[in-house]
Ligand binder design. Structure first.
Ligand code: PEP
Ligand code: MN
Length: 264
């Protein structure tokens, strides 16, 4: 299999201009769950950049559990992402939820995100892969590591080897956190595959209070990076406010992570 270590022993790195994912440095992707309005988005972008994030996240197409929840600004959101990239120099990662949007999203984004709910949407995997853009592949809510790697295989077999795996918590019987973070997925994936693996402690826990501890745990376990939700004003967020860090807390965490990364 293309994603397996048996086939390729050296670790895959993803290169976007001068940024390397899967190299020696931990890469931090941060930003709000959704692109909501210009002012909050640019303010958040500016602050995560100042704190040391290299990639800006923000959903323009949101896969919401309820059809009555905010669904995203769509192309207007993509334009805000592109503007924020121009203003800050941050790279952009954003989710694509439909094969019909792949081309459009790929015009604006540096990395296409495949969300947990679409991990086994095989048509979407193939079309996103065919765009040639690096793909951030989230683990499905109830997917085994094997199934997750097979999803990566769909992208790779469409000719795109630039994949970043993202552990974002799985469904378990535990309800104290939104999902249960699978820290063991990090060393397991690194044993089975040459692909870089990052962790999203925000969706994994659903609560900003635990993001700090689990970010450190992920880095200590060898993750290649983190995807963290940060919002300039979490109380007013239209999506995932309770799990979003304020920029000042995020900046503090990034500083603390340096010591953890140095110890790995
Ligand atoms: C997200 O990153 O905003 C998101 C919807 O994540 P997931 O697909 O992991 O739920
Ligand atoms: Mn979110």
């Amino acid at each position: 299999k293309l994603a397996s270590k048996e086939l390729k022993q050296t670790k895959t790195t993803i290169q976007i201009d001068d940024l390397t994912i899967g190299g020696r440095e931990i890469v931090i992707m941060a930003g709000p769950c959704a692109v909501e309005n210009e002012q909050i988005f640019y303010e958040t972008a500016r602050k995560v950049k100042a704190a040391g994030a290299k990639i800006l996240r923000g959903g323009a197409y949101k896969p919401r559990t309820s059809p009555y929840s905010f669904q995203g600004l769509e192309e207007e959101g993509l334009k805000m992402l592109a503007l924020a990239r121009r203003e800050t120099g941050l790279k952009i990662v954003t989710e694509v939820v439909d094969t019909r949007d792949v081309e459009k999203v790929a015009e604006y984004a540096d990395i296409l995100q495949i969300g947990a709910r679409n991990m086994q949407n095989f048509r979407l995997l193939k079309e996103a892969g065919a765009s040639g853009k690096p793909i951030l592949l989230k683990r499905g809510l109830a997917a085994t590591i094997e199934e997750w790697l097979m999803a990566a295989e769909y992208i790779m077999s469409s000719g795109n080897p630039h994949i970043i795996l993202c552990e974002r918590g799985i469904r378990t019987f535990e309800t104290a956190t939104r999902n249960t973070i699978d820290i063991s997925a990090i060393p397991v994936v690194q044993e089975l595959s040459h692909l870089p693996v990052i962790v999203d402690p925000s969706h994994a826990t659903g609560s900003w209070k635990y993001v700090d501890a689990l970010s450190k745990a992920a880095v200590a376990a060898g993750a290649d990076g983190l995807l963290i939700e940060v919002h300039d004003d979490p109380a007013r967020a239209l999506c995932d406010g309770p799990q979003s860090l304020r920029p000042d807390k995020f900046a503090f965490l990034v500083e603390e992570l340096k010591a953890v990364a140095a110890a790995v």
